[in-house]
Design a protein around this ligand. Structure first.
Ligand SMILES: Cc1cc2nc3c(=O)[nH]c(=O)nc-3n(C[C@H](O)[C@H](O)[C@H](O)COP(=O)(O)OP(=O)(O)OC[C@H]3O[C@@H](n4cnc5c(N)ncnc54)[C@H](O)[C@@H]3O)c2cc1C
Length: 398
């Protein structure tokens, strides 16, 4: 039954960004409604990220939602790099005062955030898409597909890169910086136990291969493939043969199993500046897309939510919510961190990939890459800088 609701913040999207914001605002007593076009089953069926930065775990802990993560997830302290017949393991945690990643699948993060918000009495509307939004003086109105209307002082656009929030910004109001990468990945999830207790990145003449932890029974793999390839050109036996070849190391065995999902990844990066237009804020993938190299997307989404919660609370505290200029702090504080993550992701991408022989400066770039890998293996200073960027900055809670 369509109806009208007035709230303070309308949150579009129940992914990591939207649900984190919903939990934080609700805990502060700031009224909000979370809307997602997917129902619960669809939301929890999306297997995507799995590497949580230190600050993301701290945010979950602060919300009181980290119990399952800490019990069922795994602390991830280092990575192995394989290149030119060498193998080097770096303990990033040791280089970053004991801080580490946690491996815990994105769908479980979303489940914990969703259940936490529902338990706390939050207003979450699933299975109904936002169709449009309009800003009108001191508020925003959102129209939903079932005919319902939501009125809010603000909209948090956490509805991904194809959502209505990003599309609602008028031409010229937000600048989008975009880069299409020269690489393509086939990414897959297999029912196979991990073949090591850590991430493995392999740089091989046939292309990059990655082994990423998800759980005791499931592993994600990435394969660099020629641009233009489709999933159909990669039957499972070809995938396993390629992974065996690229990840090979004497005495090491690749655990294989049924492939349960495989996708070609659009290797594109994008940043919107500012991450706000009037009373609409962009969060997570709606504001920025980052190559999956380095596992930063989910973590940026959660960090955006933490900052927006802080800015909205500061705004209310400072002057009873009458000076919209204060809202610009959200984008001003988030954009530098987003670019730092983009820079790291780009550097890691170019450290591990193989340039096709005909690519411009291929041989030169390959030698640069080997120099970076050698520095990572041999220079503590270099490795420490890598570790802090990989495990991510410290939390900015208030
Ligand atoms: C294969 C893969 C592997 C990845 N690995 C990693 C990793 O290891 N580490 C990492 O940090 N990141 C990783 N990422 C990126 C990460 O998954 C995303 O950055 C993250 O999901 C962004 O969260 P979000 O909340 O911004 O958006 P999303 O998770 O996309 O959520 C957006 C929500 O908005 C909803 N929505 C969209 N349109 C509407 C509408 N009109 N009305 C209502 N709701 C709408 C959608 O249904 C969705 O639930 C990976 C991504 C992929 C694809």
């Amino acid at each position: 039954m369509p109806y009208e609701t007035t709230t303070r913040v309308v949150i579009l999207g129940a992914g990591p960004a939207g649900l984190t914001l919903g939990n934080l605002l609700h805990a502060r007593g700031i009224p909000c409604v979370v809307v997602d076009k997917f129902d619960r089953e669809q939301l929890l069926g999306r297997t995507r990220a799995g590497l949580l930065e230190y600050r993301t775990v701290e945010t979950m802990r602060r919300m009181g939602l980290a119990d399952r993560l800490l019990k069922e997830g795994h602390r991830h302290t280092g990575c192995e790099f394989r290149f030119t017949g060498r193998r080097t393991y770096t303990d990033f945690s040791e280089l970053y005062e004991g801080r580490s990643h946690h491996v815990y699948p994105q769908q479980e993060v979303v489940a914990d955030l969703l259940d936490g918000l529902l338990r706390a009495g939050g207003d979450v509307r699933l299975g109904v898409a936002a169709e449009s939004l309009e800003q009108n003086g001191d508020g925003v109105t959102v129209h939903l597909a079932d005919g319902s209307v939501l009125h809010g002082a603000f909209v948090a656009g956490a509805d991904g890169q194809h959502g209505v929030a990003r599309a609602s910004t008028p031409p010229g109001a937000v600048t989008e910086y975009e880069m299409v990468h020269e690489f393509q990945w086939l990414t897959l999830i297999a029912t196979a136990a991990p073949s090591a207790e850590w991430t493995i990145y392999a740089q091989h003449e046939r292309g990059f291969a990655g082994h990423l932890l998800r759980s005791d029974t499931v592993t994600r793999f990435h394969l660099q493939v020629p641009v233009g390839d489709t999933v159909e050109t990669w039957p499972d036996d070809r995938i396993w043969a390629e992974l065996r070849a690229r990840l090979a190391h004497p005495g090491w065995t690749l655990h294989e199993g049924p492939v349960i999902s495989k996708n070609m990844l659009d290797m594109r990066s994008r940043v919107a500046e500012p991450m706000q237009y009037g009373r609409v804020f962009l969060l997570g993938d709606a504001a920025h897309i980052i190559s999956p190299s380095g596992g930063k997307g989910l973590n940026l989404a959660v960090a955006d939510a933490v900052e927006l919660d802080r800015v909205l609370a500061e705004y209310d505290r400072a002057d009873g919510g009458t000076d919209p200029g204060r809202l610009a702090a959200y984008s001003a504080r988030r954009v530098p961190d987003v670019w730092q993550a983009q820079e790291f992701s780009h550097a890691l991408l170019h450290m591990m990939h193989t340039y096709p022989p005909g690519a411009p400066d291929a041989a030169f770039r390959q030698r640069l890459q080997q120099s970076r890998l050698a520095q990572l293996a041999n220079s503590e200073h270099y490795a420490r800088s890598f570790a802090t960027r990989y495990i991510g900055p410290l939390p900015t809670h208030s």
